[in-house]
Write a protein that binds this ligand. Structure first.
Ligand code: SF4
Length: 506
């Protein structure tokens, strides 16, 4: 009986070449492993099985649990039971599909299916990404290290601290310079770090002049051994504005300590609008605008991401002409985790006192308004030569079509954000992708699934490999026994829905 041309073994065989002594040469990446019988190649993704090159991981099919009418159907919440897959609810991902290296081969699967009366094509492949990295968002106020400082794993430089965002510290990990431009060990450690981050595994890293971290996608960051709990409610100025009315009548002054913008209520516009009298308490740092101060201390692990651990040290002076004995002062961080209530004595010195219930309630509300601190991992990559050539003979037409939003790009079925401008530069939230979606090869580079879905007529106009189109029924028949079948995540837009066009992840 002849071998099904779509089967795992047959697809892999197309990539290899038999040599003497049963050795098979794999050409699925530039390493060109010569694999002995019974052994695997350097990446463990391909093996020599009785003289045949085989892909060691199963292709991943995803089965939607909602039908075209929006009704919930079979096996929701349980493992696939081996029943025949419904083509209308099945998506073929690039996971385990194989690659198009070295450039001129059509993608492993070019799948035709009809959805809502439209003939569609999904081009399915694994991309080998040398130009790739991770943008890591760490929800914390704490100072992790100076901007541009090196981020290290096992002593190797794998990235750097980049511009902080609102309530989050940002790291840029990987990229072609670390993968290819340093020592061999730097490239390998960088590649392994990317693979672990994209696979949701925890990674221990250190920042030059900064902190030790443990980060994992979707998990709380651990800073110097301490798990972070809360993401701040806002900057110091925003916190003053949000809660000003709730403090009115219960305190005479509030200082919200923040490494970037410390807020002082009675000077702030919100205090003025509420007719709060000036309290005369001047904080350290550089005044930006009324009630907003920059650089009140050095950055650190203390209150509000500053080095402050003694909150009263933020006070530069108290104006005796404005302050008064009995003045009620609250100092808090932007998460409410640190808070001190004081009353000025006869000498106008702040004396810590028991916090009134009304003030404690607002501190508690600040905490309620803080979201859980998480690490977010966005894989970012550029679709290069072999990948695009596997879709069409004229890759610029694909690039333009993706840019116009006519062709939907997904990674393991997850939506991607496509950067404007030239090329196909994409970002994807790795937690929206199926498990074990990523791999690596020792060039070093990351292997990731990618799918392009578009109307069949458009695919023809783009110069697609139409002679290699197969129906989804044929693919299911050929691979379902050797495939892994996952449930489609209903949080992800269905790529065949008309509103999935125009890059839903962006
Ligand atoms: S590293 Fe993996 S993909 Fe590359 S040639 Fe070797 S077995 Fe094939």
């Amino acid at each position: 009986m002849s071998e099904d041309p779509l089967s795992l073994a047959a697809r892999a065989k197309k990539m290899g070449a038999a040599e003497a002594d049963g050795i098979v040469r794999c050409d699925a990446c530039p390493v060109l492993c010569r694999i002995r019988p019974g052994r695997a190649g350097a990446c463990a993704r391909y093996a020599n099985e009785q003289g045949r090159l085989v892909r060691t991981d199963p292709v991943v099919l995803m089965q939607r649990t909602i039908d075209a009418d929006g009704k919930l159907v079979a096996f929701a919440g349980s493992a696939w039971d081996g029943a025949p897959l419904d083509p209308a609810r099945t998506f073929i991902t690039g996971i385990g599909a194989g690659t198009t290296y070295p450039d001129y081969k059509p993608a492993p699967f070019i799948v035709a299916a009809e959805h809502a009366g439209v003939d569609t094509v999904t081009v399915v492949t694994e991309g080998i990404f040398s130009y790739c990295g991770v943008k890591l968002k760490i929800d914390t106020d704490r100072h992790l290290g100076p901007e541009t400082a090196a981020v290290r794993v096992d002593g190797e430089e794998v990235g750097h601290v980049t511009t902080a965002e609102y309530g989050s510290q940002m790291l840029s990990i990987g990229g072609v310079r670390h993968l290819t431009g340093g020592s061999k060990r730097e490239g390998n450690v960088t590649c392994e770090t990317l693979l672990q981050l994209c696979s949701g595994e925890p990674v221990a890293m250190s920042i030059d002049g900064g902190r030790n971290l443990v980060v994992a996608a979707g998990q709380a960051p651990i800073v110097d051994g301490k798990p972070e709990v809360r993401m701040r409610v806002g900057c110091g100025s925003a916190t003053v504005g949000i809660f000003a009315r709730q403090w009115l009548g219960h305190v005479d002054e509030v200082i919200v300590v923040d490494d970037h913008i410390t807020g002082v209520l009675t000077e702030h516009q919100s205090g003025r609008v509420l007719d709060m009298p000036p309290a005369g308490i001047r904080v350290r740092g550089r005044k930006s605008t009324p009630g907003r101060y920059f650089k009140v201390a050095e950055p650190g692990l203390g209150w509000g991401g500053t080095s402050i651990t003694e909150p009263l040290s933020i006070i530069a002076n108290i104006d005796a002409k404005l302050a008064w004995p009995g003045l009620r002062l609250l100092i808090t961080s932007t998460t409410g985790e640190d808070a001190l209530y004081c009353v000025l004595n006869a000498n106008l010195q702040p004396v810590p006192a028991s916090m009134p219930a009304e003030v404690a309630a607002v501190i508690q509300r600040i905490g309620e308004n803080c979201e859980p601190a998480l690490c977010s991992v966005l894989f970012m990559a550029g679709a290069g030569g072999s990948l695009r050539a596997g879709v069409t003979e004229n890759p610029i037409l694909l690039t333009r079509s993706v840019g116009r939003g006519e062709t939907t790009v997904t990674m393991g079925g997850a939506p991607v954000a496509v950067w404007p401008g030239g090329g196909i530069t994409i970002m994807v939230d790795v937690t929206r992708m199926p498990k074990a979606a990523f791999g690596s090869v020792p060039t070093p580079a990351i292997v990731a699934p990618i799918e392009f879905t578009l109307p069949r007529a458009l695919y023809q106009r783009l110069g697609g490999h139409t002679a290699d189109i197969v129906s989804i029924d044929e693919v299911i028949r050929a691979v379902s026994q050797e495939a892994r079948v996952d449930h489609w995540s209903d949080d992800n837009p269905w790529p065949f829905a008309s509103d999935a066009r125009r890059n839903p992840g962006s």
